[in-house]
Every structure is written in C-alpha cells, then in structure tokens.
Ligand binder design. Sequence first.
Ligand code: AHG
Ligand code: MN
Ligand code: MN
Length: 333
Amino acid sequence: MKRVSLTQHLVEQQRHNNAITAELRLLIEVVARACKTISHSVGKGALGDILGSAETENIQGEVQKKLDVISNEILLEANEWGGHLAAMASEEMETIHPIPNRYPMGEYLLMFDPLDGSSNIDVNVSIGTIFSVLKAPEGMGAPNEQAFLQPGTQQVAAGYAVYGPQTMLVLTTGKGVNCFTLDREMGSWVLTQRDMRIPEDTKEFAINMSNKRHWHAPVQRYVDEMLAGKTGPREKDFNMRWIASMVADVHRILNRGGIFMYPADMRDPSSPGKLRLMYEANPMAMIVEQAGGAATDGNGRILEIVPHKLHQRVPVFLGSKNEVERVTAYHQA
Ligand code: AHG
Ligand code: MN
Ligand code: MN
C-alpha cells in the first residue's frame, strides 16, 4: 500500500481543493511536530523524569503535572518562530501568549489543551493534546484576549493527538476528519483513516457516574433510561466506558460510536460543568460534527456559543447523532 504522509495530504488539500492556505499547512505541520515531541516525552515515563506534580497551580486552580508544563512549553516554542501565528492561548496560561517581536506575525490564532487527561499520566493510561485554530480578526493590531472570543463555527482547523498504545493525530480543516498514525521508527505521520464517520446510533455511553447524585433531571432521566436496559423504555442494553481523558473517549467514539457527557451539575449552580469551551469543547465539537456526529451543551450547538472569556467552561454532550439529539431534547422537555 502506498503511504501518504501528513505533509503530502496537506499539500494535496492545498493544491486540489484550495481547502487550506500555505500558512495553515505550516501551522498544522508545526503542531503535529510538537505532538511528536510530546509523544516522545510521554513514552519515556519515569526514565524521562516527566511524571508527578510540578507543584504549581494553573489558572483553573488545578495542580499542574510536570507533563502539563512540559507539553505547554513544547507547543509554545515550536509555534513561535514560524511566522504563521499572531498569538496562542492555553489551558495552562492565564492570559494569551502573543508572538514575540523578534519573529514575524501571522494571521492565525492557536489554542490548546497541551496535555488532556492529566490524572492518567502517572498511571500509564492514554492521554492527549487538543488544539483549535482561528483566524485573527482583520485589522486586529496587537493581539488581545478579545480576538480569541469567536464562536467555534469560525475554527479553520481542529485536532487532537492521542498518546496511547499507538500515537495518533486526528485532524479536520472543515472537509471531513482524517487520522494519522505516528510511525515511530521513521518519525513521520502516516494517513491511516480517511473520512472518519461516527455511527448515528450507539449502545455505549461515557459519563463520570460518581457525580450522579449531583446531576440535573434531564441527565438523570437519560442515563436512568439507558441503565434500565432491555426491559426499560429504550428496549436495549447499553454499555459504559469512562477513560477520564476526553481525547481517548472521543477517539473511541469516532471509531465505533457512543455518547460522551460532561454535564453541568448542582454542586455549583454558577459553574457550567468542567470542560473548557475554547480548547476542549470547540475543537472536539468541530471534529465530531465533521464526522457526522453532534455536539451540544444541552441547549444548542456548542459551536454556536459566543464566548465571553478565554477559560470559560461549558456542559458537553457529544458523539452519535441520535443520542445527542435525544439528551438535548430531554433538556427542552
Ligand atoms: P485536563 O487533564 O486537561 O484537565 O482535562 C481532564 C478532563 C477530561 O479530559 C476528562 O474527560 C475529564 O476531565 C475527567 O474528569 P473526571 O476526573 O471528573 O472524571
Ligand atoms: Mn483537558
Ligand atoms: Mn490539560
């Protein structure tokens, strides 16, 4: 079989469909290269002194793991000098990171969750990197946080890398979803799945059940009906998976269907759930929609939410279309 590399795939997209600009191609290649470096670090584990806590807190008040900090630095360094970006923003940084003056400024904005699934690092379970790309608003001048506050529909590219038994990169530029596997010997990304599609129906759900007592009524109803199985209103048995790395859960759903939920709950009525809109929910929502699935916050499309702050949180329901539509309808009932 003839192998298609990430570079070749992107060049073809640029040439035939005019789907991406040369600058966006460079951006994606640089992010992919940074993910390769992160994957290499992840693979070293205790031998690379990358496990454990960094003993610092990020803006979300979460204790940072060493690998959160390392991955953030790898992504920042890789993307600073290429001339394709105006600024970056990350889960691990309070404010935006403008491109230093010594480098040329490009027209794109990059956001990332450098290391998703931090609680799984030290136990050798799949983790990942999530990223989202926007265009800087025209005539923006010096980049500021406001420039990033665009709805997810404006994303020009989104993707994630998953560091599991295999390292994979899943990418969309708005023309379907493709998956690349890292050839560890050659150090190259090879196209291994074209145009991934999420089955519309599923018998598998993913939610952190330990929060059940805190859920709102629509989520209680939806999950209870699934748990009731064959003799319940759904008349079929469901299976459950929860990896606690969104990348790994979404990757499973892209491959065989399923619904992933991280709802808001009653613990803190002012908090709309755990996941962050700009660099977790939006890129995943774009990928899932591009693969024929759906992604809502229980009310409407995640991608249509107009953000008001960089680190804003959002309830997330995404995956197989018919299931996401059902739980969303329960919120409106
Ligand atoms: P992060 O490691 O970037 O903070 O994100 C972790 C997220 C997400 O990946 C996962 O689905 C969820 O948190 C797990 O939450 P619980 O610990 O509540 O299961
Ligand atoms: Mn995350
Ligand atoms: Mn993270």
